[in-house]
Design a binder for this molecule. Structure first.
Ligand SMILES: Nc1ncnc2c1ncn2[C@@H]1O[C@H](COP(=O)(O)OP(=O)(O)OP(=O)(O)O)[C@@H](O)[C@H]1O
Ligand SMILES: [Mg+2]
Length: 270
């Protein structure tokens, strides 16, 4: 676990890599924090989070993107269409747990950062019987993979895509307790975590059970807002512990190969 900080400057931050937003959150998310990336379908939750991990991996960090439903192929196709250069990053795919040790050995040998994509969909096809064993098994599989990566090569950033898919795979009988232990697990791992959370527009909620909103350290909310016959993407910080942040609603655009947050608190000229 990270030690107690005594000065502001000791709080290290991971940028969100969204121009116009990072400068409104003191540069980014404090390291070791757990942040929900919440929004409805197609709001670019996965792309925003992938962008953070991709950029951090290029800068030497070990980042783990754990996808439960969408295949690694599909995520990479999305990112390549957004002009991401996959040759710039040490991209490692884990789709078979049998290869885990060998694959991690190669990353360790390379001595550089890596973006490790764990495709739980592929792994599920390999070991179908885990599902029938009991409800908790898939959560344990994910925890064990993270633990193993952390032990073997270290892991600074982690994304779970998505919490909602995890609830389908691993039915939680007592969400309050089980979620508490999941968050505790992530804190013990001492990693900066992004948990993608699917929520319905207009529901006023950012997660399935609401408890996640209190357990997490930060919430980034993305939504699609219709205005006459236009639909605009919007982004706002609902909460971010240990951060003086601007909670205004910004327009979110992906232009010139970068995310931009614009017009915070003002109406864009349409
Ligand atoms: N340049 C681009 N290339 C590809 N997709 C783009 C681009 N710009 C915007 N998009 C939009 O990104 C959306 C998909 O992004 P992403 O998969 O990250 O969203 P999501 O919120 O994770 O979706 P889901 O709820 O399906 O998981 C699509 O609706 C697509 O229209
Ligand atoms: Mg997604």
């Amino acid at each position: 676990m990270a030690g107690i900080v005594s000065t502001k400057s000791e709080i290290k931050r991971v940028p969100l890599y969204i121009e116009g937003l990072d400068e409104n959150v003191q540069g980014g998310v404090p390291e070791g924090h757990i942040t929900l990336i919440s929004g409805s379908a197609g709001t670019m939750k996965s792309s925003i989070t992938f962008n953070i991990l991709y950029n951090e991996a290029i800068r030497g960090k070990i980042c783990v993107y754990c996808s439960l439903e969408q295949s690694y192929n599909s995520i990479i196709k999305q990112m390549v269409n957004m002009n991401f250069d996959m040759t710039k990053v040490n991209l490692v795919i884990i789709k078979d747990l049998g290869d885990l040790r060998l694959t991690l050995g190669k990353v360790k040998g390379s001595g550089s950062g890596a973006l490790i994509m764990v495709d739980i969909g592929c792994i599920r096809k390999e070991i179908l019987d885990v599902k029938t064993a009991d409800n908790k098994s898939w959560l344990n599989v994910i925890k064990n993979v993270v633990k193993k990566i952390k032990e073997e090569i270290g892991c600074q950033l982690f994304c779970l895509d998505s919490l909602s898919a995890l609830y389908v795979l691993s039915r939680f009988e007592n969400p309050r307790i089980e979620l508490f232990y999941l968050f505790e697990f992530l804190r013990d791992m001492d990693i900066t975590a992004f948990l993608i959370s699917e929520c319905q527009p207009q529901s006023g909620r950012f997660s399935e059970f609401e408890i996640e909103e209190f357990l997490c350290d930060g919430i980034v909310f993305v939504r699609l807002t219709p205005f006459r016959r236009n639909v605009v993407r919007e982004i706002s910080i609902i909460k971010m512990r240990a951060t003086a942040c601007n909670n205004d609603i910004f327009s979110l655009e992906y232009k010139h190969d970068k995310f931009h947050a614009l017009y915070g608190g003002q109406n864009p000229l349409l």
